[in-house]
Design a protein around this ligand. Structure first.
Ligand code: M6R
Length: 609
């Protein structure tokens, strides 16, 4: 949670930091602040609210400088307020910091520092860091930082400035990400490459236990003991244009529309129509290990968990391997059992979700084969897993995940096919046929997106409803869960998802004319059962919208409205049924005037536990 940015270079620092903060705002947006050094004095401006409010304040009373720090906050300790917004100063006002993470021993440190004479002005855990810096500062910010972080327990990405040490930014990482941008005479630190790319594609990712020291001549790196570290400079291939809305009203809508391309990009070079084979040597887990796999455990949170559930159905059906799907936040605290033939797959768009990272570490401790599916190159999860399969979704800015969900399903389907191939569970003809059908999915998605107006018109009729039910069965049950999550997240409407067959065991009591149902009903092995579940709802005056196949005539007589999607092999239907549910949630939220890209209380990357 929270985004941090720092800049040192020839440009006026305020516009650079404001631009960076806007790009980082998806990480948290309850307050924002900036610190710049101007003629030997640290000047801080903070506001409760969004970066836009900070920008307004800076327009009224500008700050000047060519280096500084910025922060956009997602509150953990201390309510959102100007006072609790970062940057935070020490007692003297000569040191300032921004922080992302949680300091677990802050209460003990606060007591100790208070007893030593420090005055605290905020409710945050962060403020202890700047007072520790003050305590240890003897003219070297780098040394003071080293001493301060030696006393801290918890997770931190922290960056600091000292008024008495001009032209220097010091940053340290233990947990949340820090990436350093190496431009032409200008240098940046940020929580995410997207705030750096407008300035340079050349970046260095800090590892846990590392510090970066930036000045006007460049950046150097050390560990927490001061030992210099040689770091690899990576060139990022994402273009700054990918970070723009490109004519769409919201990033979320743009990202929904990018999904055909995302499926193509995630499949690219990983399966061949000519040979009928899946090529996943890149994942870094030897084929021999995969041949021995007898069980898989997929671990994730939120939308990634739902993609994992789809992966379970695919893996069980295609590769004949039993799969458990676990919430990372639960799995990590369980006395779980992993035998040597279990493949653990952690799924995380950001690659930084704290619970998923902790679950990965716990799984590694038990020596399982651990594979990550992530969209973030060089993220903690990508680095720490034994192998990685990247989803090539490009940057996702909308807080509600859409295209990365589709990309994760694509990656998990590839893993399922690869396991089936290496374990010889699918014959060549069946594999080739599946590959052919998979290649057709992006075109079918394009068809659905071409009909977005029909979904928008339907959504317009439901803007004022307060409760929705989502039903699906078998491989479309996770899609129902995801459809409900999307609606909840961005429109703040209560939505629940159930497997259709569970309705009669309780939830059916909720049905009345005020609770519409979205039922996912492709013509698959549970089609007839879903029709019965729909009849039960209709018999109780429930309004039913079905997501069904184009050529399904029967469904139209049984429901109140149909969102039609092209037909595909049943196991591939989630790729198609998910899209109208994303659009439905989007249009309802947009028509309610909700902040679609930055829903209240949420943040894109959840680096707290
Ligand atoms: O980055 P991750 O995939 O690990 O994030 C997991 C969840 O926090 C994320 O999917 C969350 O549920 C999104 N808000 C969903 O739209």
């Amino acid at each position: 949670m929270c985004g941090i940015i720092g800049y040192i270079g020839p440009k006026s620092v305020v516009p650079v930091i404001l631009d960076g903060l806007k790009r980082l705002e998806y990480r948290g947006y309850d307050s924002a602040g900036i610190a710049v050094v101007d003629r030997g004095e640290i000047r801080v401006r903070r506001v409760k609210g969004k970066v836009k409010d900070l920008e307004d304040s800076l327009r009224e009373e500008p700050l000047q400088g060519t280096y500084g720090l910025g922060h956009t906050r997602w509150a953990t300790h201390g309510r959102p307020s100007e006072e609790n917004a970062h940057p935070h100063k020490d007692c003297s006002g000569r040191l300032v910091i921004v922080h992302n993470g949680i300091i677990e021993n802050y209460l003990a440190l606060k007591q100790k520092l208070r007893a030593e004479g420090h005055t605290f002005k905020t409710e945050t855990d962060t403020e202890v860091i700047v007072h520790l810096l003050e305590k240890y500062y003897r003219g070297s910010l780098e040394e003071a930082m080293r001493a301060a972080i030696g006393e801290i327990e918890g997770a931190f990405a922290v960056a600091a400035l000292a008024a008495d040490e001009p032209d220097r930014i010091v940053a340290a990482k233990q947990g949340p990400p820090i990436v350093v941008g190496l431009g032409d005479g200008e240098f940046l630190i940020s929580s995410d490459i997207n705030a750096i790319l407008a300035h340079t594609p050349n970046v260095v990712f800090l590892e846990d236990g590392e510090m970066a020291i930036l000045d006007r001549s460049g950046a150097r790196f050390t560990d927490f003991h001061g030992v210099p570290k040689a770091k690899t400079v990576e060139r990022v291939s994402w273009s700054p244009l990918m970070m723009e809305k490109r004519g769409f009203k919201h990033f979320m809508l743009k990202e929904i529309f990018e999904q055909p391309e995302v499926v193509r990009d995630t499949l690219l070079g990983r399966m061949s129509l000519d040979t009928g084979r899946v090529m996943l040597d890149e994942i870094g887990i030897p084929e021999a290990t995969l041949r021995r796999v007898r069980k898989a455990v997929i671990i994730a949170c939120g939308t990634s968990y739902h993609a994992g559930l789809v992966g379970k159905y695919l893996m069980e059906s295609l590769a004949g391997i039993p799969v458990d799907v676990e919430y990372a936040s639960e799995f990590r605290y369980r006395d779980f059992i992993l035998d040597p033939d279990t493949l653990v797959i952690v799924v995380s768009q950001s690659g930084e979700t704290a619970d998923t990272l902790a679950a990965l570490r716990a799984a590694k401790d038990r020596c399982a084969a651990v594979l990550a599916v992530t969209n973030a190159r060089s993220s903690s999860i990508a680095r720490e897993a034994y192998g990685v399969l990247y989803t090539n979704a490009g940057p996702e800015i909308g807080v509600a995940a859409t295209k990365t969900f589709t990309a994760q399903m694509t990656a998990l389907a590839l893993i399922a096919l690869y396991l089936a191939q290496v374990q010889e569970r699918m014959d060549h003809a069946a594999l080739l046929e599946f590959i052919q059908e998979f290649q057709r999915i992006p075109y079918k998605m394009e068809k659905i997106l071409g009909r977005a107006k029909a979904v928008e018109d339907l959504a317009a009729r439901f803007v004022s409803f307060s409760h929705f039910l989502f039903l699906g069965r078998w491989v479309n049950f996770p899609v129902a869960l995801e459809g409900a999550l999307k609606l909840k997240e961005i429109s703040y409407i209560h939505a629940e998802a159930y497997p259709g067959g569970e309705m009669k065991h309780g939830p059916i009591a909720l049905i009345d004319e005020k609770m519409p149902t979205l039922a996912i009903v492709p013509e698959d092995r549970v089609y007839d059962k879903m029709l019965s579940n729909i009849s039960e709802i209709k018999a109780r005056n429930g309004y039913v919208i079905a997501v069904a196949s184009d050529d399904d005539a029967r469904i139209r007589e049984r429901v109140d409205a149909v969102i039609a999607v092209p037909a595909a092999p049943p196991l591939l239907m989630p790729f198609l049924t998910a899209v109208p549910l994303q659009l439905f949630a989007y249009y309802i939220a947009a028509k309610r005037g909700a902040d679609v890209d930055q829903p209240r209380n949420l943040a894109k990357s959840v680096t707290v536990e």
